[in-house]
Design a binder for this molecule. Structure first.
Ligand SMILES: Nc1nc2c(ncn2[C@@H]2O[C@H](COP(=O)(O)OP(=O)(O)OP(=O)(O)O)[C@@H](O)[C@H]2O)c(=O)[nH]1
Ligand SMILES: [Mg+2]
Length: 489
C-alpha cells in the first residue's frame, strides 16, 4: 500500500444531521494540518502544543481568507497510542453537513494555500504561528475503512478484530453487538493463535529432527502428533459449527410466518413488530408478497418474514406470492406456523404441515378469543411441535411464544455465553480449509508416510488459519475487506 504514509481525513460521524459532527485526521501531518487552521481561544493551546489526549477550544478558520468556519473543540492523540497508531486529531464541530464539508474541504486543500495570511489579527495575537513551517502539509480524503485498515497494517489489531469493527457498527441487536465486541477484544484471534502455535511448534520439531537426527528423535512422535492433530481438528470443527449461530446472531434468525389465507399471519407480524407493518383485512389473500421486518425479542434478533397465505389458487399474482412463501419457508431457520383455530383444519393446512414436519417449527393456534373448532389431535396427526394458543386480536399468548423462543435459541441452539462465534463467511472457509489440510496430514500418518510428507499439509493448515487474523494476506484481499466499511472508520 503505497499511500500508507499519506495523512488522511474524513467525516467520522456519518452523513446525517446531528448535534455534533467529528472530523478525524490521521497521519504524520495531522497535527500541523489542523494547527494551521485552528485558532485557540487561549494562548498556549495551539494544536501542536497540546499533550496527547487533551483538547482545546477555538475556531476553525479558512486560512485563505481568515473566515471562521465553525467553533470547535479539537482533540489531539499522539502516536503510537491511537486508533491508527499514527498521530490523530479529531475536530468536534457543530454537526451540520455543510459545516463539516467546509472543514474537510479546507483540510484537503491546505497544501494549495501559498502562505498563511499573517495579516489576520487572530494570528497576530498568536504570532508564534508565523514561525511554524507549514510547507508541504498534505491531507487527502480517506477511503472507506482506511483508519481501521491502518490500525491493522500498523499492527495494532489483527484482521479478525478489524472486521469486527464493521460488525459492531452494523450490529442490529444486543447479542450481535456483544459478539462483535468479543471479537474486537481478540477472542477469535487468541483462539486461532493458540492453534497455530501448536501447529508451528510441531512443524518446527519435525524439521529439526530431520535436519539433526542425532539430537532430536522422532520415535513415538507420530502417535503423539496424531493425537494433537485430532484435538486441534476438533477445536476447529467446533468453531465451524458455531457459524450457523453466528449467522443468526448477525443477520437475525430467519423466521417465516406461514399459514393459510386469513389465519392472522399479518396481524401476528404487527403484534411482534409493535406497529402496523402489514395490511390486515378479512379478505383471504390480502398479503401478496413476502414482507420482512427485523425485530429483537428479549435480545433475540429475528428477521421476520410475513408471507402470502398458502392455498391452491388460479390467480396468477397470488400464485407467485404462494411460491415465494414456500421458498422463504425452505430457507428459514424457524417457522411460525399459524393455524386459524376458528375454522376447521383443511387441505391447505394439511399440505403446509406435510411440508414443514421435519423443520424447526412453533405452532401458533391463533384467534383463541373465538370458539375453537380445531382439536390438538387434528394437528398431532401431522406435527409434533410445540403448540401455543394466541390471539393477535387480544395480544394474548405472546409471552409464552417469547419464552419458547428463548428456550429454543438460548438454552437450546444458541448457548450464549463466552463461546466464540464465527460470524464471517471468510473465516468459516479458512477454517474448513485448515481442517481439510489437517485431515490430509492425519491420513498420511495413518498411511505411514515419511514426516516431511505431511509437514506440507500442516504448514498449509497453519497458513489457512493465518488468513483469519491477516497473516500473509495479499493487498487485494485487504482492499476488498475494507471497502465495505463506512467512511471515517
Ligand atoms: N377474532 C380474531 N380475529 C383475528 C385474529 N387475528 C387476525 N384476525 C382477523 O383475521 C383476518 C385476517 O387477518 P390477517 O392478519 O390479514 O391474516 P393473514 O393470515 O395475513 O391473511 P392473508 O394475508 O390473506 O394470507 C382479519 O380480519 C383479522 O382482523 C385474532 O386473534 N382474533
Ligand atoms: Mg397477510
Amino acid at each position: 500500500m503505497t499511500d500508507m504514509y499519506d495523512t488522511i481525513a474524513a467525516i467520522a460521524t456519518g452523513m446525517n444531521q446531528g448535534g455534533i459532527g467529528i472530523i478525524r485526521v490521521s497521519g504524520s501531518n495531522a497535527i500541523l494540518a489542523v494547527d494551521k487552521m485552528f485558532i485557540p481561544k487561549k494562548k498556549g493551546k495551539e494544536v501542536r502544543q497540546l499533550d496527547s489526549y487533551t483538547a482545546a477550544y477555538g475556531n476553525i478558520i479558512n486560512p485563505k481568507d481568515n473566515s471562521i468556519i465553525d467553533e470547535v473543540i479539537v482533540l489531539v492523540m499522539r502516536a503510537p497510542y491511537t486508533y491508527t497508531k499514527e498521530d490523530v486529531v479529531e475536530i468536534d464541530c457543530h454537526g451540520g453537513m455543510q459545516v463539516m464539508k467546509n472543514i474537510l474541504h479546507v483540510l484537503i486543500n491546505l497544501n494549495n494555500l501559498t502562505e498563511v495570511n499573517i495579516d489576520n489579527p487572530e494570528y497576530n495575537d498568536n504570532f508564534e504561528k508565523n514561525t511554524v513551517n507549514y510547507n508541504n502539509i498534505k491531507v487527502r480524503l480517506a477511503r472507506p475503512g482506511e483508519f481501521t485498515e491502518r490500525a491493522f497494517l500498523n499492527g495494532r489489531i489483527d484482521l479478525s478484530q478489524a472486521e469486527s469493527v464493521m460488525e459492531l457498527i452494523s450490529a442490529k441487536s444486543e447479542i450481535a453487538a456483544k459478539t462483535a465486541v468479543s471479537h474486537l477484544k481478540g477472542s477469535l484471534k487468541n483462539k486461532i493463535e493458540d492453534i497455530r502455535n501448536e501447529l508451528i511448534h510441531n512443524i518446527a520439531f519435525i524439521e529439526s529432527a530431520l535436519d539433526d537426527p542425532e539430537h532430536y528423535s522422532l520415535d513415538g512422535f507420530t502417535e503423539q502428533l496424531r493425537q494433537i492433530l485430532e484435538s486441534k481438528k476438533n477445536e476447529i470443527d467446533n468453531l465451524i459449527k458455531t457459524a450457523d449461530n453466528g449467522r443468526m446472531i448477525t443477520e437475525g434468525i430467519s423466521t417465516v410466518i406461514l399459514g393459510k389465507p386469513n389465519a392472522g399471519k399479518s396481524s401476528i407480524l404487527n403484534v411482534l413488530a409493535g406497529k402496523e407493518r402489514a395490511i390486515v383485512t378479512d379478505v383471504a389473500g390480502t398479503t401478496r408478497d413476502t414482507l420482512e421486518e427485523f425485530i429483537s425479542i428479549n435480545g433475540i434478533p429475528l428477521n421476520i418474514i410475513d408471507t402470502a397465505g398458502i392455498r391452491e389458487t388460479d390467480d396468477l399474482v397470488e400464485k407467485i406470492g404462494v411460491d415465494k412463501s414456500i421458498s422463504a419457508m425452505e430457507q428459514a431457520d424457524l417457522i411460525l406456523y399459524i393455524i386459524d383455530s376458528s375454522v376447521p383444519v383443511d387441505e391447505n393446512d394439511i399440505s403446509i404441515m406435510e411440508k414443514i414436519k421435519n423443520r424447526q417449527v412453533i405452532i401458533l393456534s391463533n384467534k383463541s378469543d373465538l370458539d375453537s373448532v380445531v382439536n390438538e389431535e387434528d394437528i398431532r396427526k401431522y406435527l409434533d411441535h410445540k403448540i401455543i394458543e394466541i390471539s393477535a386480536k387480544n395480544r394474548s399468548g405472546f409471552e409464552e411464544l417469547y419464552e419458547e423462543l428463548d428456550r429454543l435459541f438460548f438454552q437450546g441452539r444458541i448457548s450464549y455465553n463466552d463461546e466464540i462465534y464465527i460470524t464471517n463467511e471468510r473465516h468459516k472457509q479458512a477454517l474448513i480449509n485448515a481442517v481439510n489440510s489437517i485431515n490430509m496430514a492425519i491420513s498420511s500418518i495413518d498411511d505411514g508416510m515419511p514426516e516431511d510428507f505431511y509437514t506440507i499439509d500442516l504448514m498449509s493448515a497453519y497458513e489457512q488459519l493465518g488468513y483469519i487474523i491477516g497473516q500473509s494476506v495479499d493487498d487485494d484481499l485487504v482492499n476488498t475487506i475494507f471497502k465495505d466499511f463506512c467512511m471515517g472508520k
